[in-house]
Design a protein around this ligand. Structure first.
Ligand SMILES: NC(=O)c1ccc[n+]([C@@H]2O[C@H](COP(=O)([O-])OP(=O)(O)OC[C@H]3O[C@@H](n4cnc5c(N)ncnc54)[C@H](O)[C@@H]3O)[C@@H](O)[C@H]2O)c1
Length: 347
């Protein structure tokens, strides 16, 4: 605790900087410390947030009694080890996506959460895009009728420079375009479509000097009886979109990332009026939705705030480890299918 508020810390200052600014802006916690191996990154935080402590050593940071919550923003294969160490030192953890690169590693976070009684949350901030709330509500309320088909397409671009470090390695990234970029959308897919029954996939390396993949394409079936196609790439110059398209017997919803494109539901009192209204509210993405509703919080800020609120109230954070593990299981099944040429069936 610091100044009577929960003390917040961040390890790993790449995307970790989004956690730093979210914690610094939230009035229910106090940004206490950061940790990174690179001095320039630590110095940047000290400059922007004077009074913050900057640690080179994670062990050193764990001994700091002012810290209550640590955001784990390290390369993906380090998440479980560092999250477990933090919880064993009495710190709550908010872990970046993917929770780790294998189900086995991710389960260590769940085991430590149960054993230590600390709170563990995982980041999948795209669930908090403004448009996802009405989409999820429409799906859960059965407004799309019997789900028939969904298409998910993550058509992004990364240049050669992006892959100079740990990205695109099996050992640290656990994959390429799918495990790193598209895992967000795999999470949304399983959240919206429910349990997966099978995946059949192909993958390849087309435009980067990497070990893993820069393109995957899959056919996925669900317990509901619906099917989906899921494609991911980091070769779609200059970086195009994330399509989320849902087709049921009751109608169609299509979005491009946080931007609603189509809302045609048969059970609407007035289909056209409802679509017009929805496009006005959500057709401009988070930026416009936040302007219209100043209480709306999206992105990393929404998840950092949710974590702080959960610790303060002793409730579960928005995404628990067992929920985040689902997307890692699907991603690894896609890789197994692509490597073996076989359809992978889930139990
Ligand atoms: N939610 C999102 O939108 C989002 C976006 C980008 C990255 N991520 C995830 O965040 C994680 C980090 O990705 P990134 O792009 O920020 O990586 P990055 O390489 O830019 O940053 C990682 C940082 O960790 C530091 N680091 C490495 N080992 C360390 C150690 N032992 N002690 C202290 N610091 C150490 C590095 O110096 C580096 O600054 C990944 O799991 C990635 O998947 C999530």
């Amino acid at each position: 605790m610091k100044n009577g508020k929960l003390g917040y810390a961040v390890v790993g200052l790449g995307v970790g900087m989004a956690h730093v600014s979210a914690a610094a802006k939230y009035d229910k916690c106090e940004l206490v410390a950061v940790c990174d191996l690179i001095k320039e990154k630590r110095d940047k935080v000290l400059e922007a947030y004077p009074g913050t402590k900057a640690y080179l050593s994670f062990d050193g940071m764990l001994k700091d009694p002012e810290i209550d919550i640590i955001s784990i923003c390290l390369p993906s294969a380090m998440h479980a080890e560092y999250a477990v160490r933090a919880m064993e030192a009495g710190k709550h953890v908010l872990v970046e996506k993917p929770i780790d690169i294998t189900v086995e590693a991710a389960m260590k976070i769940e085991e430590a959460r149960v054993r230590t009684g600390m709170t563990a949350g995982v980041i999948h901030q795209n669930r908090n895009n403004a448009v996802m709330k009405p989409i999820k509500e429409a799906v859960d309320a059965g407004r799309l009728g019997k789900m028939v088909l969904a298409t998910f397409a993550v058509k992004w671009y990364r240049d050669a420079h992006y892959y100079e470090g740990w990205h695109g390695t099996w050992s640290m990234d656990g994959g390429g375009s799918l495990m790193n970029q598209a895992v967000h959308t795999v999470d949304l897919m399983q959240w919206l479509m429910g349990d997966v029954v099978s995946v059949h996939s192909t993958m390849g390396i087309y435009n980067h000097d990497i070990e893993t993949e820069d393109m995957t394409a899959s056919v996925i079936t669900f317990k509901s009886g619906a099917a989906a196609t899921f494609v991911s790439t980091t070769c779609a110059y200059p970086g195009i979109s994330t399509d989320i398209q849902l087709y049921g017997t009751g109608g169609t919803i299509e979005a491009d990332a946080d931007i609603l494109k189509r809302w045609k539901l048969r059970d609407a009192e007035d289909e056209e009026e409802e679509e017009e209204d929805m496009l006005e509210r959500y057709g401009g993405g988070n930026r416009i939705a936040e302007r219209e509703d100043p209480t709306l919080v999206t992105g990393h800020a929404s998840m950092v705030r949710n974590m702080v609120d959960a610790v303060l109230s002793g409730t579960d954070p928005q995404i628990l480890p067992m929920e985040a593990i689902k997307s890692v299981r699907i991603v690894n099944a896609i890789y197994e299918s692509a490597k073996t040429g076989k359809t992978i069936y889930f139990e």
